[in-house]
Design a protein. Structure first.
Length: 333
């Protein structure tokens, strides 16, 4: 094992420098996998897959594969597979949350209705399993099945915890582990399984992806309150309006006192929340360390992610993963 300080001595590598060509291959596969004899399905699939996503999940697959020395062709369909799975979860999440926008545009369920949207999400999940079948590796099949099981469990827990003022930090972390952490962890594991260096690098990359995913979701939950609505592509404080109890809110509830606490509890149970009330909630989150405490927790997870990277042999791919970790906590949208 080598010291994490060795990463800092190396020339910084931007993830795009290593994945540009690979992501072009992934995009072509996504276009191919959008094909359907039903024009509505194909149009909807093409539209949502080209709606401006950052392709973080396939990037994790590509970089993890390179981090274990894999340079073959199998990685591209598997990277596309993870983007299809991610996109399917977004479609289903929007239906569950009654969301009307996604990345600044009308969500699929708002445009086509719930029934059609569910089926398009299922169409994409089916494409995921077809790609797994074409690859033929039972280990990767197990990773994907386990991930889907965990994501479904996390969604149900979140529904059960809706507007629950007693939601604990542990419960919140369980939800985001199952919803966001497991998907990013699985992306890294799928890429790492392509290597031939034993299970230690697989474990390290899997754990890196989990810690990265938890940090990513915590920052997302902060930005739900502090981000710019136009850049976010969705209404500010959407989680609050949907009854989701996220870490900034949990910490604010824990630290608030007196009338502030009682007012905040009442707001969480209101069916309608005005813009002025949202502004006051945000002021309280800053005053009672809800935002700063959540950001500190995200940074802790990034430190954990880096500890796992430090156990891998130095390489441009490992440096690029390190840069990705930085970008997670520094993003403002």
């Amino acid at each position: 094992m080598y010291s994490p300080s060795q990463h800092k001595l190396r020339t910084p590598v931007h993830p795009a420098d290593l994945t540009r060509e690979g992501l072009q291959r992934v995009e072509q596969i996504l276009i191919e996998e959008s094909e359907s004899s039903v024009w509505l399905i194909q149009n909807a699939a093409e539209s949502i897959l080209s709606a401006g996503g950052k392709r973080l999940r396939p990037t994790l697959v590509l970089l993890s594969a390179r981090a274990v020395g894999y340079e073959g062709e199998r990685v591209y369909p598997l990277a596309a597979m993870m983007e299809l799975l991610h996109t399917a979860t977004l479609i289903h999440d929007d239906i569950i949350d009654h969301s009307t926008t996604r990345r600044g545009q009308a969500s699929l369920n708002e445009f086509l209705g719930n029934a059609t949207s569910v089926l398009i999400g299922d169409f994409m999940v089916s494409k995921v399993f077809r790609l797994i079948g074409q690859d033929g590796d039972p280990a990767i099949l197990r990773v994907i099945c386990d991930a889907i099981i965990k994501m479904c469990e996390g969604e149900v827990i979140q529904i059960c915890e809706s507007s629950n003022l007693q939601t604990t930090i542990d419960t919140y972390l369980s939800i985001i582990t199952s919803k966001t952490g497991i998907l990013m962890s699985s992306c890294c594991k799928v890429g790492a399984l392509l290597g031939e260096n034993g299970m230690e690098p697989v474990y390290r990359l899997e754990e890196f992806g989990m810690a990265l995913g938890l940090a990513f979701q915590i920052i997302d939950d902060i930005l739900d309150f502090t981000g710019d609505e136009q850049r976010l592509g969705k209404p500010v404080a959407g989680d609050l309006r949907e009854g989701k109890i996220t870490l900034p809110l949990i910490l604010t509830l824990r630290n608030a006192r007196g009338r502030d606490l009682e007012w905040l509890k009442n707001i969480i149970h209101q069916e309608e929340i005005s813009g002025e009330e949202v502004c006051r909630v945000m002021e309280m989150m800053h005053a009672y360390q809800g935002i700063s405490g959540a950001r500190a927790t995200a940074k802790d997870y990034i430190r954990t992610a880096r500890q796992h990277l430090s156990a891998l042999p130095p390489s441009p791919a490992v440096d690029a993963l390190d840069a990705l970790a930085d970008s997670v906590v520094e993003r403002d949208m």
